[in-house]
Design a protein around this ligand. Structure first.
Ligand code: GLN
Length: 533
């Protein structure tokens, strides 16, 4: 292909329409036709990255191989495309302004007045083009966060206007809107879409394709009406009807010919059909489970479906791999007490204790670990969940009653989980944890080795505290062993209890690496353990 093609995805009418899933689905279809595709998310908020955001604000923070703390949509991109993203795939307004202000301080603008147009928009354009440079990708899909019309989104829409002019037919704009169904009138309404497109037009951007989110199938008349009012061809009005699972959306978009419409508009060949066999096989397994299992997710953000997004998706992948529907039950650790623990957890066939920060709900998590350990219930501890498993073992097996993580109790005389040496003098919060991919060697004849079936693996991290190696010998003597170790520092990355049916804790986040095509072995084997008698 001669030049990289750029596709912009904007959203109108309301947030949460699923731009990320539409972008990922289109990317999947193009990839399945043999194109090299990546997706970038531009977020219009002022934080440098979502790493400092509370999950209540923004859902899960997704971590890439190169250690970027990013928007959870990047998780969808990786799960759909099965290729890693990086820092360049997620840019916020904060980062854009930071670069521009740094340049200004260095004197790079040579005395000029620094302005939103052209300086901020130039920086946005530079970040977009950067992803397409070096010809690594045939197509770059850039999703603009927020909703058209927001003050925050304005510089991004302006950058899209300029790039459409610059790239000409190598570029197109997709606009996603909502067609609400008014039950009193028994009608689907197109006016919000018309208004939203009008707003884009006011900013000088004519969308090439409209994707309409809807609860009910769109009639031809509705499509015609939208096409007429919004200056698009009728083939470019794409229905996106609610789906039972996000993994169905690529097939729905294929049925609506979103991919071939895009390719035609970009002057790219459409003769080869997308190879969707593995995807369809996964979907078939997902929709036709042979059994069900109930697993508890013990965490402190249970009322937020997005807070543990990658974990819930990993269970979907792992469930399908086991022909099993995983009913994931969220349990708020803040409400688990010694008195109600058995009652709350008694129906679970497996327990995952979630990652997290801070003190809230920690004792409930430790009680959940104890329950899993004593009742031989398959257990997976992820990051803080692993640390809780270590603390629980220290208190109840090693009899170190005040054992704790120094994150929770700085005064403890037994910091079995302790702050990493290099973290001790870190004061700033943003981007300062141990982040991104580290390799881990796996000890032979352990569950970890059996799970991965190799000597070494690479997993992503996001934490400041670690297993305190001063206690390792005592733990191993008492029955909890280290089975994965950081290749360079020898820090414990995986712990397990060999005598238990399936008890594994990992300091890293396996959930960031589970994809449709490559479900993560830890989740696959964990689910398997919950269904085997
Ligand atoms: N709070 C713990 C730490 O910083 C665990 C972090 C996590 O679960 N991601 O080490």
């Amino acid at each position: 292909m001669s030049s990289t093609k750029y596709i912009f995805v904007t959203g109108g009418v309301t947030s949460s329409l699923g731009k990320g899933i539409i972008s990922a689905s289109l990317a999947k279809l193009l990839q399945a036709r043999g194109y090299r595709v990546t997706i970038q998310k531009l977020d219009p908020y002022l934080n440098i990255d979502p790493g400092t955001l509370n999950p209540y604000e923004h859902g899960e923070c997704y971590v890439t191989e190169d250690g970027a703390e990013t928007d959870l949509d990047l998780g969808h991109y990786e799960r759909f495309l099965n290729i890693p993203t990086s820092q360049a795939n997620n840019v916020t307004t904060g980062r854009i302004y930071q670069s521009v202000i740094n340049k200004e301080r260095r004197g790079d603008y040579l005395g000029k007045t620094v302005q939103i147009i052209p300086h901020i928009t130039d920086e946005i354009k530079r970040r977009i083009k950067l992803v397409g440079q070096k010809k690594k990708f045939d197509v770059v899909i850039t999703e603009i966060g927020g909703t058209v019309g927001d003050i925050e989104s304005f510089p991004y829409v302006e950058a899209v206007r300029q790039l459409k002019w610059e790239f000409g037919s190598d570029c197109l704009a997709i606009h996603l809107t909502l067609v609400p169904y008014l039950s009193a009138a028994k009608e689907l309404k197109t006016k919000p879409t018309q208004h939203s497109v009008k707003m884009l037009l006011e900013s000088g951007v004519q969308p090439d394709i409209l994707v309409l989110r809807t609860e009910k199938a769109l009639t031809l008349d509705i499509k015609k009406k939208v096409a007429l009012f919004c200056n698009v061809n009728i083939n470019s009005v794409i229905e996106s009807i609610d789906a039972s699972t996000i993994y169905e959306v690529p097939l729905l978009m294929y049925k609506e010919k979103l991919d071939s419409t895009v390719l035609t508009k970009l002057n790219l060949p459409t003769n080869k059909d997308p190879e969707l066999k593995p995807w369809k096989q996964f979907l078939y397994k997902l929709k036709n489970p042979k059994r069900e299992v109930t697993i508890g997710l013990v965490g402190k953000y249970i009322e937020l479906p997005d807070a543990y997004k990658s974990i819930t998706e990993s269970f979907i992948h792992a469930g399908a791999a086991n022909d099993c529907k995983v009913n994931l039950v969220s349990i708020y650790s803040g409400k688990i007490t010694e008195e109600n623990c058995n009652e709350k957890l008694k129906d679970l066939k497996g327990i995952l204790v979630a990652p997290g920060f801070g003190h809230r709900g920690i004792e409930g998590k430790i009680l959940a670990v104890k329950y899993a350990r004593e009742n031989n219930i398959p257990f997976l501890g992820v990051c803080l969940g692993m640390q809780c498993a270590v603390v629980e073992f220290a208190r109840n097996v090693l009899n170190l009653k005040d054992a704790n993580s120094s994150e929770m109790d700085r005064q403890t005389s037994n910091p079995v989980i302790d702050i990493m040496e290099e973290q001790k003098n870190v004061l700033e919060k943003g981007g300062t944890m141990r982040l991104g991919a580290y390799s881990c060697k796996l000890k032979k004849d352990t569950k970890a080795f059996e799970i991965y079936n190799k000597n070494e693996t690479v997993e992503r991290h996001r934490h400041r505290y670690e297993f305190n190696n001063n206690y390792l010998a005592d733990f191993e003597k008492a029955g909890m062993i280290g089975s994965g170790f950081n290749t360079e520092t020898n820090l414990v990355e995986i712990i397990e209890i060999p005598k238990h049916k399936w008890f594994v804790g990992v300091q890293f986040h396996p959930e960031y690496k589970s994809t449709v095509i490559n479900p993560h072995p830890l989740f696959v084997k964990f689910v398997k353990a919950t269904i085997s008698e």
